[in-house]
Structure formats: structure tokens, C-alpha cells
Design a protein around this ligand. Structure first.
Ligand code: BDR
Ligand code: CA
Length: 311
């Protein structure tokens, strides 16, 4: 089997953690590295949490890199109100002993994309896009070498979760998002419209709890962060956002969407970070993204449980 080579760019975050576990549990995927960025919590914690997750999975040889500690042009906004003080609240896991790589995440992205054969590396950003956009600015030659980007971010019908009109990952670094959405790389986007259909219902959380060695930790994470979303949305559970990206690589038939134009608002204080998604194709602007709108949620959670149980 030819494995799909991916790099996960992340700010763990409980849902990021599940995305990392899904990749590590999947034989179809070769996880070349995990690049960390400031987002849900500051960089020091995201780089620590990524290693906690690798050790939980029994994969301490995974290479974890620390990247940018703040957005390209703005002050960092974090989300401890959702993810807790550590970013990974829910269960206390041991501090990691595996090393953080010396190389900066942006240098790792550039070097990897230059050395791996053209068109063979997929990027899965599930955090503010600072590392990716910084790499594009520093080394534009890597852009055409990327196979595909599958990212979590943005919204259309669901509009926003950190402001009335913006989703967190795009809002935190809209300048970076503008660079990535404008780069011309094949781009698949998992917006809130799809992740809000992938809810951690009671039955799904209980299935996680039974899913092998890592199951209880995953259930404790979802138990923790769903309290915030359930109260906010009055829903049955919380959206499990980030693993949608990795699940899409494994089982694209679970998802459906359309190719549309998506522009990023960087000029307005009121709607900063809005993904202006031309879902109804009312402009002549050329499509630059496959914007996913629907998911077979039962299939998605079944895939997660099946794979997590392998770890
Ligand atoms: C995104 O923001 C973060 O809080 C989550 O980890 C996810 O990547 C959802 O808006
Ligand atoms: Ca995230």
C-alpha cells in the first residue's frame, strides 16, 4: 500500500488530539511530522500537548516541531474558555519525555516539501494558519509541490463561533488564512457547517470510552469540552471539528461539498476573519476551495472508534 504522506499543523486542543490519534492509528497514513502553532493555547503548551498525545498513542518516535508563537500581524487570541487552562483538560496525563525537535516548524515544512517528491505531501492544518502561510511567504517554491491541503476552518451557514461572523482558526490569523486560500493549492475546507453535524452524543462518547487503550482519555476530553458547546448551542453534544480532516483523507465518501470561491475578510473590525464563501455561486470569482457541507456523522464516528481501538 502506498501510504499517504501528511503533516498535521495543530494547536492541541482536545479535538486536535483526536485528529492526531486518528492519523497515528491509520496504516494508510505516513505522518511525517506534527507542526505546532499558537492557537487554542500558547505555543509552549501546544508543543507539549502534541507530545503528550503521541506518547498516549505509544508513538514517541513521532517528530513534533514548534513553530510560530503568534499570528503574522496581530495579537494572539486563545480559547482556554473551551479547551481549559492546559488546552487538553479532561484527564491528567504524564508530562512528555519524548523530545521536541530542534528545527523550527516552518523550516521543517519548507525542507520536507523541497525534499519529498513533488505532489506527494498533504498538509492538514487544524489550527490558525500562521506556520503554513509563513512557510509560503518564505519559500514560495514549495507551494506547487504540495499534493493537497485539507484544513479545518471557516463557516458559511453556521457563520462564526468566536465572533458572530468568524470561526476561531481563521479569526486568529486572518492574514495567514488569506495567503493560504489565495495560494492556488488544491484546498479542501472543513467549515463549521460540517463539523456542527458531527456531534459527540452520549452514545458516541460511550463508544469512545470502550475504544481500547486510548478510549478513556478520548472520552474524558470530549466530556470536558462538550460542556461549553452544549450550553452555548443547546445541542446534544459538541462538534468534533479537527478529525474531519484526517477522516476525509481516509474515507472521502463520508463527506460532500462543492467547489466554490472563498475569500477571507481582513479589513473589517466587525467581520474580521469571515470566510466569505460563494456557496450559491453568485459571483464570477473563480473557485479556490472544495467547501464541505455535509458528513455521514455515524460513519465518521464509527471510523474513529474502529481506528482508535487499534492503538
Ligand atoms: C477550531 O478551533 C479550535 O478551538 C478547535 O481545535 C478547532 O480547530 C474550531 O473552530
Ligand atoms: Ca485545532
Amino acid at each position: 500500500m502506498t501510504k499517504r504522506k501528511i503533516i498535521i499543523d495543530t494547536d492541541p486542543g482536545q479535538d486536535d488530539a483526536v485528529a492526531i490519534l486518528l492519523a497515528l492509528a491509520s496504516p494508510e497514513i505516513d505522518l511525517l511530522g506534527i507542526t505546532c502553532v499558537a492557537g487554542n493555547v500558547p505555543l509552549e503548551l501546544t508543543a507539549k500537548n502534541a507530545r503528550i498525545v503521541c506518547e498516549l498513542a505509544g508513538r514517541p518516535e513521532t517528530r513534533v516541531f514548534a513553530g510560530c508563537d503568534r499570528p503574522m500581524a496581530r495579537k494572539l487570541v486563545t480559547a482556554e474558555h473551551v479547551h481549559g487552562k492546559t488546552g487538553l483538560d479532561g484527564i491528567t496525563l504524564p508530562d512528555p519525555v519524548m523530545p521536541l525537535q530542534d528545527q523550527h516548524a516552518v523550516d521543517f515544512l519548507i525542507e520536507t516539501l523541497r525534499t519529498e517528491p513533488e505532489g506527494t505531501v498533504t498538509l492538514c492544518p487544524i489550527a490558525p494558519l500562521t506556520n503554513i502561510a509563513t512557510a509560503f511567504e518564505r519559500a514560495p517554491d514549495i507551494i506547487p509541490r504540495i499534493q493537497e491541503i485539507v484544513l479545518m476552518g471557516g463557516a458559511y451557514f453556521e457563520v462564526g463561533n468566536i465572533t458572530p461572523t468568524a470561526e476561531f482558526n481563521i479569526y486568529v490569523d486572518p492574514e495567514a488564512a488569506k495567503i493560504v486560500f489565495g495560494a492556488g493549492v488544491p484546498l479542501t475546507v472543513m467549515p463549521l457547517d460540517v463539523t456542527h453535524k458531527a456531534l459527540t452524543t452520549r452514545a458516541r462518547v460511550e463508544a469512545f470510552r470502550e475504544a481500547g487503550r486510548v478510549g478513556p482519555a478520548v472520552a474524558s476530553w470530549t466530556d470536558f469540552f462538550e460542556r461549553f458547546d452544549k450550553e452555548k448551542y443547546g445541542s446534544e453534544g459538541a462538534p468534533l471539528h479537527d478529525p474531519c480532516t484526517v477522516a476525509y483523507l481516509l474515507r472521502p465518501e463520508l463527506f460532500s461539498g462543492r467547489e466554490i470561491n472563498v475569500e477571507i475578510e481582513t479589513g473589517s473590525d466587525l467581520t474580521l476573519g469571515m470566510t466569505v464563501a460563494d456557496w450559491w455561486r453568485v459571483t464570477q470569482r473563480a473557485p479556490n476551495a472544495t467547501f464541505i457541507g455535509d458528513v455521514d456523522a455515524d460513519g465518521y464516528f464509527a471510523l474513529l472508534v474502529e481506528r482508535l481501538a487499534q492503538l
